[in-house]
Design a protein around this ligand. Structure first.
Ligand code: MG
Length: 254
């Protein structure tokens, strides 16, 4: 449901936005399945859609392929994912520095394709952390030693968990970050994902617009909401904690 007043506000924001930044879980999909109206919503935006997700295992291409199987059309070049943006950031800022990367194989391949120099040796100047479901104790041990050795520390996203199909917790990158922080308390991570500004700025850069020319659509006030507020990006919050039931309710605004 949507109140008339909120529909008007949303309509104005969506009408004038040059880029519509869209969270994934709880906005476009839930439990891996497309939410009602999600496909129509993306199509109705006619190229103004920009995905902004704290996902740290997919690459823009693998996410676009998963989305297509759900009937959700997205262009990889308009997708900003925390893990991939972390890789893009390091590749741009420190292309010559060796990075000890903890990540899923697909993200590691993306890092190499983007020109990042990967190493499994210690010491290493950079430690980069994304979600790796195959992470071993031995590799966690090595990563702690790399951090202890003074490496600069990038973390894809701060989320401790994301929900399993039955609502139970799936350990996320933030849980791995906590494990490393417990081992090396003096290490200070630079977090790329929401609510930190890095991922929003990456999405705005892909769109070629400023914060005031965009609108953020999310379901989590602490990540989507706070992150958008910090940069002055107007927002429309959907779902149980928002003012709009879901993206299907926004279709009449387009
Ligand atoms: Mg969400």
């Amino acid at each position: 449901m949507i109140l008339a007043e909120e529909r008007e506000r949303a309509g104005t924001l969506l009408g004038r936005a040059r880029a519509v930044l869209i969270d994934v879980d709880g906005v476009l999909v839930a439990g891996g399945l497309a939410l009602p109206g999600a496909g129509e919503f993306l199509r109705a935006l006619r190229g103004r859609d920009f995905i902004v997700s704290n996902n740290s295992t997919d690459t823009p291409k693998t996410m676009a392929e998963k989305f297509l199987r759900q009937g959700l059309p997205v262009e990889p070049r308009r997708v900003s994912l925390a893990g991939a943006v972390m890789v893009e950031t390091i590749a741009a800022e420190a292309p010559d520095e060796a990075t000890f990367l903890i990540a899923a194989p697909s993200l590691a391949a993306y890092a190499e394709a983007r020109g990042m120099r990967l190493t499994d040796e210690e010491p290493a100047p950079i430690l980069a952390l994304a979600r790796d479901t195959g992470l071993s104790y031995e590799r966690l041990h090595r990563a702690a030693r790399v951090l202890h050795g003074g490496a600069r520390w990038f973390v894809a996203n701060p989320d401790r968990t994301h929900p399993d199909a039955d609502g139970g917790p799936v350990p996320e990158t933030g849980a791995l970050m906590s494990a490393l922080a417990a081992c090396v308390p003096e290490a200070r991570p630079r977090i790329i994902g929401k609510p930190e500004p890095g991922i929003f700025l990456a999405a705005l850069a892909k769109a070629g617009v400023g914060p005031g020319e965009a609108v953020m659509i999310g379901d989590n006030p602490e990540t989507d909401g706070m992150g958008a507020d910090a940069l002055g990006i107007p927002k429309i919050m959907v779902g149980p904690r928002g003012t709009v039931g879901g993206v299907a309710d926004l279709l009449p605004c387009l």
